[in-house]
Design a protein around this ligand. Structure first.
Ligand code: PMT
Length: 307
């Protein structure tokens, strides 16, 4: 891809410094570190962009996994799409009437004397989530980095990967973000809003290089790397996961289907395929598939480090 815009190059350098300093704090506390990527990237169709190519990802997989990884003792660098799901914040309803209806104003109706209250009985998950969040914050166990555009994601991933490389095999990369495979190079992008008066739109997009390749070969070659493979056609899911493992030579692919991704995944390694799924009973008990994914990967990571 083309050279970074100057502001992005600065953001990348700053992110690398921040992650490096945070990671050395995690190391001195004896913690393993996970970089969790989460949410979808945005690809502009115009330089002064009015329209974008987006995808379905809500960021929930990454956010829940980050919570579970912190609970399992990891320091988590959470590289996430702005305004997508955030660890523990998902205990709150999204901004809108459901949230407003939970809040009430007490005291003087306007000005500094007014207090806003929320009855925790209306949201039973909120108090445990707030307590877990403030513990993670006080422990410095969560470092959040935010992206929107594809090029921001790529720059921040590279920065974080380089900063975590000195941790060697104790660093885990958990690449759950849904990253666009297509983009329009800046040199080929129309500057202004594409006019509908010009008739039906035909665009040619270039391929985004897979970041797994430099990540595994150059940026953090000793790390434990987990990529995700999303498909909608079950007949090709495992084949594609195996192809990714053979091509990039990393440790794990988590294969999931769009429709069933909240309740079932297959963990694929060079010599195993493990189905993880939730029973109806487990769902009714509030268990989430990420509980099983993180449990499984934590053990795999431990044996990877021992080797
Ligand atoms: O966010 P949710 O709504 O909870 O949904 C979670 C999820 C379905 C998005 C998640 O579980 C998932 O499957 N994420 C990966 C989806 C995806 O983009 O798959 P892919 O086959 O296009 O990419 C495969 C892997 O290559 C991914 O780990 C990705 O990080 C990586 N990649 C992708 C593009 C690119 N240019 N470079 C990459 O390294």
């Amino acid at each position: 891809m083309a050279a970074l815009r100057p502001s992005l190059a600065e953001a990348e350098a700053e992110a690398e410094r921040r992650v490096r300093a945070w990671a050395s704090g995690q190391r001195s506390r004896g913690r393993r570190v996970a970089l969790v990527t989460s949410g979808g990237t945005q690809v502009p169709l115009e330089a002064r962009a009015v329209r974008f190519l987006e995808n379905f990802s809500s960021g929930r997989r990454g956010a829940v996994s980050a919570e579970r990884l912190v609970a399992a003792g990891y320091g988590v660098c959470f590289l996430h799409r702005a305004r997508s799901a955030f660890p523990w914040a998902r205990a709150l309803p999204p901004p809108g009437p459901a949230l407003l209806d939970l809040l009430s104003v007490h005291g003087r109706e306007e000005g500094a004397g007014a207090r806003v209250a929320l009855d925790p009985r209306a949201l039973p998950g909120l108090v445990p989530a707030l307590l877990a969040y403030s513990r993670a914050k006080d422990d410095g166990a969560l470092l959040a980095l935010e992206f929107t555009a594809l090029d921001e994601y790529l720059a921040l991933l590279r920065a974080a990967a380089r900063a975590l490389a000195p941790l060697g095999s104790s660093a885990m990369f958990y690449l759950a973000a849904a990253v666009s495979d297509f983009y329009i190079p800046a040199s080929e992008m129309p500057e202004h809003k594409i006019q509908s008066t010009d008739g039906p739109l035909q665009i040619t997009m270039k391929m985004v290089p897979k970041m797994l390749s430099p990540l595994v070969k150059e940026w953090a070659p000793e790390a434990f790397v987990i990529s995700f493979k999303l498909e909608t056609d079950p007949s090709i899911l495992i084949i594609k996961a195996r192809q990714a493992l053979e091509k990039y030579r990393h440790q794990v692919v988590i294969a999931n289907l769009l429709e069933s991704r909240r309740t079932a995944v297959v963990v694929v390694t060079k010599d195993s395929e493990t189905q993880l799924s939730l029973s109806n009973e487990e769902v009714s008990q509030g268990m989430e598939i990420e509980d099983k994914i993180v449990n499984y990967l934590e053990a795999q990571h431990r044996s990877f480090m021992e080797k």
